[in-house]
Design a binder for this molecule. Structure first.
Ligand code: SF4
Length: 365
């Protein structure tokens, strides 16, 4: 593999950089070398499509134009801007990292691999992207797209899902990245993976590196890279309580500061456990969360959402407060909220769907 890398290194760099000069995608974070902007865009792009990211990126940079502004903002404001982009730990990590950068690094994003990788949410790939694009350092940035291209270029038929396989690909990418134009080289690979060397139906006929690609003539492009089959995603059921006060404000709770969707707001409730009725689970969850007793009536709304590890069906029930005053037990906080207050608080997509359905049948104050 390394022998072939030494052989194709120069033509690969030349062909890719020439192609990138003419065919690079026009993206808002490509108009700058500001490490802050590169960092934010790279984090947003993890697990998320480019066209989804663009409006979020623009809003984020407008609200938090530099690392100090971000560090001084409450995390709730950052989560609100992030709403519906998913994988909210990314937003919490960005915020936590901004405070570290401000407090310990004098507001400058580190330009050393070992240092930048100590920041929350910055792993090998993001470090490589920031260091090469913003600082011009010859560091590889290897994500799923780049792994796929390398496996095809080198006809690697072994699975690269395990850490050893991924380390080998990183070493290979490190041997290929040039000392000049490293950022453009890495971005050229990203663009090639997104537009030509796609997962399905790679467009080998117009590929700029087709003449040096080992799988091109074999017809095996779509069978490489070899990946493990993902196990089936389990289904979970959730139940939520719709409780109004006398002024028709809605009772909502803030999730704990760690775990799934941490610190976002939602209706009281939780997961349904096997063997228990959904309403019994709801009553138990709400008692645990807020130390109140409720009576659960009819189902007002239902919504589905797929997370990385499970699919959720959430049902919301018309509920009445029977006994007690809410107190934050397993949640961080609680409040009675009007419609305009609900709009300002960060919530997940499924909770927003549920609220929209509830509001259509039972208007909030
Ligand atoms: S020739 Fe085909 S398989 Fe090889 S890198 Fe180009 S698009 Fe991918």
């Amino acid at each position: 593999m390394m022998k072939y890398a030494a052989k194709i290194k120069n033509p690969l760099r030349r062909k890719l950089l020439a192609w990138y000069r003419h065919h690079q995608r026009s993206l808002p974070w490509r108009n700058t070398n500001d490490p802050y902007c590169i960092w934010i865009s790279e984090i947003m792009l993890q697990q998320t499509r480019v066209d989804t990211v663009i409006p979020y990126y623009e809003r984020f940079i407008k609200s938090f134009p530099d690392v100090r502004t971000l560090a001084n903002a409450p995390v709730q404001d950052v989560l609100k801007i992030w709403e519906n982009l998913g994988y909210y730990s990314r937003a919490r990590n960005i915020h936590a990292a901004s405070r570290i950068i401000t407090d310990r690094c004098g507001g400058r994003i580190p330009d050393k691999s070992e240092e930048i990788k100590t920041l929350p949410g910055i792993g090998d790939y993001t470090a490589g992207a920031i260091l090469s694009i913003a600082y011009g350092l010859a560091v590889p940035a290897v994500d799923g797209n780049v792994r796929r291209i390398l496996c095809r270029l080198f006809a690697i038929r072994k699975s690269v899902d395990d850490p050893r396989g991924q380390k080998k690909l990183r070493d290979l990418a490190a041997a290929l990245v040039p000392s000049r134009h490293a950022g453009d080289f890495n971005q050229a690979l990203m663009d090639l993976g997104a537009t030509i060397c796609r997962v399905k139906k790679p467009d080998c006929l117009i590929c700029p590196v087709g003449s040096i690609c080992r799988v091109r003539l074999s017809g095996l492009q779509e069978s490489i890279p070899v990946t493990r089959k993902n196990p089936a995603i389990p289904r979970k059921q959730g139940a939520a309580a719709v409780i109004f006060d006398a002024s028709h404000r809605l009772l909502i709770v803030q999730r704990p500061s760690s775990g799934l969707l941490a610190s976002l707001w939602k209706l009281p409730g939780g997961f349904v456990h096997d063997g228990k009725s959904i309403k019994k689970c709801l009553r138990d969850c709400v008692r645990e969360e807020l130390n109140i007793s409720i009576a659960a009536g009819s189902c007002l709304a239902s919504a589905d959402h797929t997370y990385t590890h499970f699919r959720l069906t959430l049902q919301a029930f018309d509920c009445r407060l029977m006994k007690g005053n809410p107190e934050a037990r397993t949640c961080q906080n609680w409040r009675w909220a009007t419609t305009s207050q609900l709009e300002k608080l960060p919530m997940s997509k499924i909770d927003r769907k549920i609220l929209a359905e509830v509001a259509s049948s039972s208007p909030l104050s």
